[in-house]
Design a protein around this ligand. Structure first.
Ligand code: SDX
Length: 443
């Protein structure tokens, strides 16, 4: 008689216990020993549990809530303790002491660069910021009101046609060259999508500026000789880029890995990541947060909105997370960055509503029992708006830095001998063995 510890809470490991499960198939009375490795069992071991020539046991896990798809050494998250580390370095230290390009190097190469390695990396990225003039013409073809994420998604995919050698992903040097190109060109494409929506001329990269400063220049430069951004805003953007760089197997990274598993070029795989990030449940949440705050409109409307959430008529965008069941460490850092930015731009009036929403939610049983806390998207939009970005640009500001994470994960996939083309099973629920019905006999 098995004791169901799930109903009584977690069991504890006995000293010297054999790291395996003994699974009894009550349909046949057969027992199977299933090894436990790194807290997981291999689905292929479960497939050995079968009756006659029926398919073996598979795992059904919508949304992969409890399924590991890969082994990765890039990002570590402890959702209960609010821990986030890139290649073992705590996000708090990287946000305080590093810059985005150095973090991108760390994610892709696995170690912090030496001074020489950093200088080479910075030179490579800086001198690949330009895109082919035909890409500019391609972007000019979009409607005046095209969503910048749609423009970015299409333009990055189109880049694969300008670098056909990128399809030879088995060549390590070719892989590295495309990684540099994509990290370098994302700000250019993102800025041009913004300028397109504004009906302003596209601004070319200024290779004498740093990564974030150059991005701000391509966004906001007008007739001045050189765009001079406030150092505090450059630092805030660097911090935001660092915080958004990677986040283990999130929806868009899973898309990059799944598409990349077909051995397509990295531009096409990155384009799939951009598409996934566009969704309001994922990277599109920062845009949705601002629209939500604007819709609430004033402090006295917060209780009514919270009631709407609890009745299931609303969703508190920027709250909740698949992994963080406590605070999202990035939200804590971004909330602090708000103060630095607002020192320059003036306080965003919607901040008061956001702070009140957080306060009310964190005291309300509905949110506490569901372990819903502010995530990375809850406060980031307030900063972006203070930096004069329209909400449609917020997810572009997420996609640009996440490109280094996507590519680090893609590179790890290409070098993982265990990986193969992604092709999950299904549980078939449709009809079977029907005969074709001619039009005349159809109801
Ligand atoms: C990002 O995965 C990553 O790492 C993503 C990310 C990254 O860096 O890549 O961190 C970036 O995508 C952050 C998340 C941004 N999205 C939002 O802020 C949108 C609002 N949040 C949710 O829709 C939701 O919390 C998710 C999508 C983030 C997580 O969804 P899950 O893990 O599938 O959880 P769930 O939808 O099953 O919710 C569990 C319960 C449900 O209630 P019950 O059905 O049990 O009654 O919590 C409720 C949900 O209804 N719930 C919410 C809620 N989020 C979950 N209720 C109200 N408001 C919310 N925001």
């Amino acid at each position: 008689m098995s004791t169901d510890t799930a109903s009584t809470g977690a069991a504890s490991t006995k000293d010297g216990a054999d790291p395996s499960l003994t699974v009894r198939d009550n349909r046949t009375g057969t027992e199977y020993d299933v090894p436990v490795t790194d807290g997981t069992v291999r689905a292929s071991d479960l497939a050995k549990i079968r009756i006659d020539d029926e398919p073996g046991i598979a795992v059904y896990d919508p949304g992969f809530v409890n399924t590991a798809s890969c082994r990765s050494a890039i990002t570590y998250i402890d959702g209960d303790k609010g821990i986030l580390e890139y290649r073992g370095y705590p996000i708090e230290q990287l946000a305080e002491k590093s810059n985005y390009l150095e973090v991108a190097y760390l994610l892709v190469h696995g170690e912090l660069p030496t001074h020489q390695q950093y200088d080479t990396w910075e030179h490579q990225v800086t001198f690949h910021t330009f895109v082919h003039e035909n890409v500019k013409s391609f972007m000019e073809g979009f409607r005046y009101d095209a969503h910048p994420m749609g423009m970015l998604l299409a333009s990055v995919g189109a880049l694969s046609t300008f670098y056909p050698e990128s399809r030879n992903i088995s060549d390590a040097n070719i892989r590295q060259m495309q990684i540099v190109r994509l990290i370098a060109k994302m700000p250019t494409l993102g800025a041009w999508a913004f300028r397109h929506a504004q009906g302003k001329p596209y601004v070319y990269p200024d290779n004498d500026l740093g990564y974030a400063a150059n991005f701000l220049s391509m966004l906001f430069k007008m007739s001045e000789q050189r765009f001079e951004a406030d150092e505090r805003l450059i630092k805030a953007l660097e911090v935001l880029f660092i915080l958004h760089a990677d986040h283990e197997q999130n929806c868009s990274t899973n898309a990059v890995r799944s598409v990349g598993s077909s051995q397509v070029d990295p531009y096409s795989a990155t384009s799939a990541g951009i598409a996934a990030l566009f969704g309001p449940l994922h990277g599109g949440a920062n845009e949705a947060v601002l629209k939500m705050l604007r819709r609430i409109g004033s402090l006295d409307k917060v209780p009514e909105f919270i009631d709407g959430v609890k009745n299931g008529n609303e969703r508190l965008m920027g709250f909740g997370h698949r992994v963080y069941k406590n605070f999202d460490p990035r939200a804590t850092i971004i909330k602090k960055a708000c103060d630095d930015v607002f020192e320059v731009t003036g306080v965003n009036p919607l901040l008061k509503i956001a702070v009140e929403l957080e306060k009310v939610a964190l005291e309300d049983e509905y949110f506490v029992t569901r372990k819903l806390y502010p995530n990375v998207d809850f406060y980031s939009g307030l900063i972006y708006e203070a930096l004069r970005f329209p909400p449609e640009m917020f997810t572009v500001l997420f996609a640009i830095p996440r490109t280094s994470g996507w590519l680090a994960q893609w590179l790890e996939l290409t070098e993982d001998s265990e990986q193969k083309i992604a092709r999950p099973k299904q549980i078939y629920t449709g009809k079977r063995d029907l005969d074709y019905v001619p039009f005349a006999d159809r109801g």
